[in-house]
Structures are given as C-alpha cells and as structure tokens.
Design a protein around this ligand. Structure first.
Ligand code: SF4
Length: 222
C-alpha cells in the first residue's frame, strides 16, 4: 500500500492464498483506507465513504459520490435518496444487505457540486479495482454522472434509463443497466414507477431478486 492508501489499486493486494476466502477479509480488501489524491475533496470530506455490501455480490450499484448524509455516516446512499433506493430494493424482493453499493468518487465534493473530470479520473482506479474484485453479474448506474463515467459517452439518462448495454469496464466486458438517480423520483414523482421497474429488472437480471416482498407484482401501487 502506498502512503496515499491505494489499497485496492492494481494487483491482488496481498490477500492470503486460501482456498476458502474469508468474507470479512475480502470486504476489507475492497476498502480504500486512506487517499489524498483530490485536494479539494480531502478538504471537504469528513471521511472516505467506501462501498458497502457483500464482497461477492452479483449486483453492484454505482452512484456519483457521497452527499452530506453519506459523508456523515460513512455509507453510500443514505438519507432520502437511500430511502427511495431501499424501497425499490424491497419492492424487488431485495435487501440492501444483498447488494453492493459504491460511488464513482469516495469523498464528498464541496457544496455537493459534481465531481470534476480530474476527480473522477483520480478515483477510477479505486472503482475499477472494486469492480474487478467483485466481478458482478450486473452493474446499475444510478444517475447521469456514473452512467457517463462508466460508458465513456454522453448519456441522456431520463431517456436511456432502463436500457442494458455492454461496456468494457475494469478489463472486461460487463453488463450495465442504466438508471436515473433515486433522488429524481423525489423531484419528479412521474419517474418513480420507472425507477422501481428498473430496480426490479436489476434483481431479475442479476438473479438476486425475487424475495417474498413480491417484485413487480407491487409496481402498480406506486
Ligand atoms: S475521491 Fe477518490 S481519489 Fe479523490 S481523494 Fe477521495 S478516495 Fe482519493
């Protein structure tokens, strides 16, 4: 590990070569314990907000970056956006504990501005290493910024939400499902059904959903 804490960048990262991987060790291996590559974000953050969820999850959600609540609690997608995501997961027969959730940048930008291109590039190694280690069945991008970042093109997210594309990410071709950010449903109620349908589809495509809460059968309630 470098002084910048590039714990999950480049290479296997020193895990013991056990035939039965230790889950907590795997999760620890996905964390970035320290990093100071983005001076403005180092200034504005309280902490690094690492991804949460199983280190072998089949479904990975990728957001833009931590907001105030996430920075405070040290977990991605908490607060009102997180509540919407949790509701959609529950409706799809999923629990937050079933999936992994991470961000393009792990430190809160000042005044909740978008991360700059340089900051996104700085943090890409951390994200790619997490994706490489996790090797999920499906990546769901939550919003325009992570969609454009991972697909490396402009994305009209409202129009393209729900679409599945293959993209080369972290050294492999990966299936990506585009989605609006959960906060979009708070600003525009008409986006709620589409968001819930997209999350239900994510559960089906990754083979993760289908729990007792009933998935798409309840979509009409929203
Ligand atoms: S956003 Fe990423 S690259 Fe930038 S300081 Fe935080 S952890 Fe490091």
């Amino acid at each position: 590990m470098t002084e910048n804490g590039d714990a999950i960048d480049g290479g296997p990262g020193g895990s013991p070569d056990d035939s039965e991987p230790d889950e907590s060790a795997l999760d620890e291996d996905l964390r970035v314990p320290s990093c100071e590559r983005c001076p403005a974000l180092v200034e504005s953050r309280s902490r690094i907000v690492n991804g949460v969820g199983p280190a072998d999850a089949d479904l990975l959600f990728v957001g833009e970056g931590p907001g105030a609540k996430e920075d405070e609690r040290g977990e991605p997608f908490v607060g009102r956006s997180g509540d919407v995501l949790d509701d959609a997961l529950r409706d799809a027969g999923l629990a937050r504990a079933d999936v992994r959730i991470t961000n393009c940048v792990r430190c809160r930008p000042p005044e909740n501005r978008d991360p700059t291109a340089e900051e996104l590039a700085n943090c890409r190694g951390h994200l790619d290493a997490e994706i490489d280690r996790l090797d999920p069945e499906l990546i769901v991008t939550l919003g325009k910024v992570p969609s454009e970042h991972l697909l490396d093109r402009s994305v009209a997210i409202t129009a393209e939400s729900g679409e599945i594309v293959d993209a080369r990410i972290a050294g492999a071709s990966r299936r990506v499902l585009l989605s609006v950010h959960p906060a979009a449903t708070l600003y525009d109620r008409s986006q709620r059904d589409g968001f819930f349908e997209t999350i239900a589809r994510a559960g089906e495509l990754s083979g993760t959903g289908g729990g007792e809460s009933g998935g798409q059968s309840r979509l009409g309630e929203f």
